[in-house]
Write a protein that binds this ligand. Structure first.
Ligand code: ZN
Length: 419
């Protein structure tokens, strides 16, 4: 994962353009991605695919011809999505287009201007303070053209049509924890699962944040119901403890599973209730979709000082942390894969148990293994959305009792196994 990250790190990515294509091409060497292009101007719900942005070079030169800000040294120097510029300006004019982080004087901030035509450079406060009166030559060799938005998808068919969705974003330039850590973990996860036979089908998305998620949802609205669980993968390479941001409902199966895995690790972790900002869970959890998608991170975005700065680099993450995060994701999958789901053959009102001789069995003289409340819980929660694990949690009845009761209900054709 770390060596893949080293390959991806230098690429200048954005929400559109060749940086994303190059990134997806490299991932495609690891797993067979299907690549989609959505043309500029396409309406996706309330949004429009913007013009495609590409950049070859950008710098600010002083009057002696020395490049004092150079995109080729760090792609964070350019305000992402800057329009092309070529002009000579004085220091006070230049300063209007410079962005710094005064509280972190050594770091270059990461800033974007996707939806407003503008230009600018990002530099450290330290460098800003050293700038002298001079005539500067500003050059930005970028283009904003009618092109497309690119994203990649990898689908792994399981025995069931029910899907687990993993999504990461591929739009940040050279930053490791916020962005690339998710990309490399997801690639590795897909590589591992590719070699296994699975019950669930797994879908892996490599999309530009926000507009990519909106575009994907727009294109896939009809099949969205197949998604039963999901996680947004980001910020999984730093040394911090795990943070789990819950789904919008807050008690979905995936919430319980992730919390179980974190609990079992016997290490400190924290959970955060859903809030409608952050990453693409915002789109997947918009009310019209309300998908059960959480996000398992280490230190959450915006909670570490290196976030969205040049300090979120290859030194801020390491293989050990990535490996530990991957293990958590694999454990979550293991639980999902060993879970069982039934559907009750009577979805409208309870079946009449007396007719079938079942009421006696669960009534006064309880037959071995069958339990009245287990039967009622199984019949009620086997609605296609609850697994045995979920029923266990809600009913507080042990798995053995539920299993035995389920076996009998299957014999009486009142339950059918669907997963
Ligand atoms: Zn970010």
């Amino acid at each position: 994962m770390y060596s893949l990250m080293e390959k991806l790190f230098p690429i200048c990515r954005s929400i559109t353009g060749n940086g994303v294509r190059k990134t997806l091409k490299i991932i495609n060497n690891e797993i067979p991605l299907k690549i989609y292009e959505i043309p500029t101007g396409t309406q996706v719900y309330d949004w429009k695919i913007p013009k495609e942005w590409n950049i070859k070079d950008a710098y600010v030169k002083n009057s002696k011809g020395k490049k004092i800000i150079d995109f080729k040294v760090s792609n964070l120097h350019i305000l992402n999505y800057s329009i092309p510029v070529k002009r000579s300006i004085c220091l006070s004019e230049l300063k209007k287009y410079l962005h710094t982080l005064p509280k972190q004087p050594e770091s270059i901030p990461y800033l974007t201007t996707y939806y407003k035509e503008n230009w600018g450079f990002c530099i450290s406060q330290k460098q800003y303070d050293e700038l002298k009166e001079d005539t500067y030559e500003v050059f930005i060799d970028s283009s904003l053209t009618f092109g497309s938005l690119t994203y990649g998808e990898f689908f792994l068919k399981g025995t069931s049509n029910e899907e687990v969705l993993f999504s990461c974003y591929v739009c940040h330039p050279s930053m490791c924890n916020d962005n690339l850590s998710g990309v490399v973990l997801l690639t590795q996860l897909a590589k591992i699962l590719q070699k296994r036979k699975t019950k669930y089908s797994y879908r892996f998305l490599f999309i530009p944040e926000t507009i990519g998620a909106i575009s994907w949802l727009y294109k896939n609205e009809k099949s969205i119901k197949k998604i039963k669980h999901g996680l947004i993968v980001t910020c999984v390479g730093d040394s911090g403890n795990f943070t789990y941001k819950k789904t919008r409902k807050g008690d979905s199966s995936i919430d319980n599973i992730v919390i179980k895995v974190l609990e079992e690790s016997k290490k400190a972790y924290q959970t955060v209730d859903f809030f409608p900002s952050g990453s693409d869970e915002r789109q997947f959890s918009s009310p019209g979709f309300d998908l059960p998608i959480g996000s398992l991170m280490r230190t959450m975005y915006a909670k570490f000082p290196e976030y969205h700065t040049s300090k979120d680099d290859l030194n801020f993450v390491n293989s050990k942390n990535l490996e530990e995060s991957l293990e958590k994701y694999l454990k979550i999958i293991e639980i999902l894969e060993t879970d069982v789901k039934y559907i009750s053959t009577n979805q409208k009102c309870e079946p009449q148990l007396g007719n079938r001789g079942l009421y006696d069995m669960i009534g006064g003289k309880q037959a071995e293994g069958i339990n009245k409340m287990a039967v009622f819980w199984l019949l009620n929660l086997s609605d296609g959305n609850h697994s045995i694990r979920d029923i266990m949690k809600k009913s507080n009845i042990d798995q053995n009792t539920l299993n035995k009761s389920a076996e009998i209900l299957i014999k009486f054709k009142l339950l059918k196994r669907i997963l």
